[in-house]
Design a binder for this molecule. Structure first.
Ligand code: FE
Length: 208
């Protein structure tokens, strides 16, 4: 069995064990299914990517914070109160017009939980984990992202020690926005590198 097949087998076994354990705990009324769902929801949609988005927005607005975020990321992120499991050591990689960063964990699904919440399903999938390294431009195209041919793509492989956060480029025309409004524009995928941040759709002119 090749390495990928072996990893899939391990994942399937692990998933079956987790499901069995979850059912048992629920049957014995030791945990509540709704409480579990609430915790998952908290990490997936609330704590989740919103924290990372606030970090990005602050970096866009505050050059000193940005410099600190790039040179001493753990300290800068902790100063916003985002610490905890799976976020002990984060490296921030900045997108520029010349360089686009893409994050993967080829081995499993290492991910900066305190900033981005729980990883999406595709991040954990074998095809993403292998193709992101072999054909990053093709992966980005699958996500609907077509970068200029001369933009270099740098792929970062996360592991148990280091998690990555992409600092996307601030879209043009958003310089007047507040930190909160800027954070609203920053998607989870933009901080993984499978998307970029776009300016809010220009309002169509209302004709008299
Ligand atoms: Fe991993």
């Amino acid at each position: 069995m090749n390495q990928e097949g072996e990893q899939e087998r391990i994942n399937r076994e692990l998933e079956a064990r987790v499901n069995a354990l979850e059912s048992l705990l629920i049957d014995k009324s030791l945990v509540d299914r709704h409480a579990l769902q609430a915790i998952l929801d908290l990490y997936e949609t609330q704590i989740g990517p919103r924290n990372g988005a606030r970090v990005v927005a602050r970096a866009w607005l505050d050059p000193l914070f940005k410099a600190r975020l790039l040179s001493a990321p753990d300290e800068a992120i902790a100063s916003m109160g985002y610490t905890g499991r799976q976020g002990e050591h984060v490296v921030v990689v900045e997108n520029t017009a010349q360089l686009h960063n893409l994050v993967v964990c080829t081995l499993c699904s290492c991910y900066p939980w305190p900033l981005l919440g729980l990883p999406p399903g595709w991040y954990k999938s074998a095809p993403y984990r292998s193709r992101a390294v072999i054909d990053p431009r093709g992966v980005l195209a699958d996500f609907g992202l077509h970068l200029p041919a001369d933009t270099q793509i740098q792929v970062w492989d996360s592991n148990a020690e280091v998690r990555y956060l992409v600092l996307p480029m601030q879209p043009e025309g958003t310089e007047h926005l507040s930190e909160a409004s800027l954070a609203e524009l920053v998607s989870r995928n933009a901080m993984i590198g499978t998307d970029i941040v776009r300016a809010p759709a220009a309002r169509s002119e209302v004709l008299p």
